[in-house]
Design a protein around this ligand. Structure first.
Ligand code: TXA
Ligand code: MG
Length: 321
């Protein structure tokens, strides 16, 4: 069972930071909801978030940082972003920005997208933890998929206590609702998720903000229409490679061929951690098509992380308009 310690205890924060830096998951309180934290730069640690939450799909996650400077070292800020950050950070607002060329955030954290979501939490002790970790922390709400977001450490313990080593307790969350998500990665500002900070408050500062189209928000039931997909078409459940194809293997099914393998040992956590980076590596102009081996857990393509991997592969393989 997870150890529960007050986040106000500096020794507990120190221990939590060490766990996070070593790739473990730690739940911690923010002013909105409790987050399930992992090192956002570590593909394997982020893969573990999806496993622990039993999320059936990979949606991009918010990276939490302790300051505006730390945020803008990762994402490209324009005048709009600077204005919003000055007014609303630290606080319950998330900005989606284009990633900087040197941004170390894992591809799984952004679900393969060129944009990243960033938040400086309002809770001061959460920022103290982030300073101590020294890395951006990816953190969706600390609940199992399909359950409500936890606002106390006890809720987290009920949801995930048997799956993670540590929960930091900060008492009940002040806001109790996830952050507003504002997309400033393009020329039109777009509200991707409503939250405590309203559209009109934002518009008063930067002018018109579009609402995301139905089906555009990744967390919503429709999911993001413009999800990451390689330029090359995908052929799924391939058992052999055809001319002009690059092969993305799983479990070393294609012996003797120079193929990239999501996980030679058939480990789904490893496959999830490698998924977006390998798709990007194989997506070269010389490649006519990417053939992907069947992804499954003991023959079941919908079990555990196989479901999320196959969901994303199906989306990437779907015909595009
Ligand atoms: O209040 C909160 O935001 C909580 C606490 C723990 O900070 N965190 C949270 O994280 O709700 P998460 O990962 O569950 O929320 C991610 C939201 C989703 O709506 C997702 O679609 C959006 O951010 N998002 C993240 N990255 C994005 C990107 N690159 N492009 C578009 N939307 C993105
Ligand atoms: Mg949630």
């Amino acid at each position: 069972m997870a150890a529960i310690h007050p986040i106000s205890d500096s020794a507990a924060r120190h221990h939590a930071a060490a766990l996070l830096r070593s790739g473990e998951l730690v739940a911690f309180p923010t002013e909105t909801v409790y987050g399930l934290g992992a090192d956002a730069t570590d593909e394997s640690a982020v893969a573990r978030i999806f496993e622990v939450k039993e999320r059936p799909r990979f949606n991009p996650l918010i990276s939490h940082v302790p300051s505006i400077e730390a945020a803008f070292a990762l994402g490209q800020a324009d005048a709009r972003a600077e204005t919003i950050a000055e007014v609303f950070w630290p606080g319950p607002l998330t900005l989606v920005l284009k990633r900087n060329a040197t941004c170390p955030i894992a591809w799984l954290t952004s679900a393969g997208l060129d944009s990243i979501a960033l938040r400086v939490p309002g809770a001061a002790l959460a920022r103290d933890l982030l300073i101590e970790v020294g890395r951006p922390i990816a953190a969706p709400s600390a609940n199992r998929s399909g359950r409500i977001s936890p606002t106390t450490a006890d809720h987290v313990a009920l949801e995930l206590g048997d799956r993670i080593p540590m929960i930091l307790d900060g008492g009940p969350c002040d806001v109790g609702l996830e952050s507003t998500v504002l997309d400033l990665s393009g020329t039109t500002a777009r509200l991707l998720r409503p939250g405590g900070i309203s559209r009109s408050e934002i518009e008063a500062l930067i002018g018109p903000v579009a609402l995301a189209q139905a089906g555009e928000t990744i967390s919503g039931p429709g999911m993001l229409a413009s999800h990451y997909a390689p330029d090359a078409p995908l052929r799924l459940n391939a058992t052999a490679c055809q001319p002009g194809e690059a092969f993305l293997d799983f479990g070393a099914t294609l012996s003797g061929t120079a193929a990239q393998d999501l996980s030679p040992s058939g480990n789904l956590m490893e496959a999830a951690a490698n998924l977006f980076a390998l798709l990007r590596a194989l997506d070269r102009p010389a490649v006519r098509r990417i053939a992907v081996a069947p992804i499954h857990l003991n023959g079941d393509p919908e079990s555990g992380l196989a479901a999320a991997i196959n969901d994303r592969l199906r989306r990437a393989a779907a015909p595009r308009g």
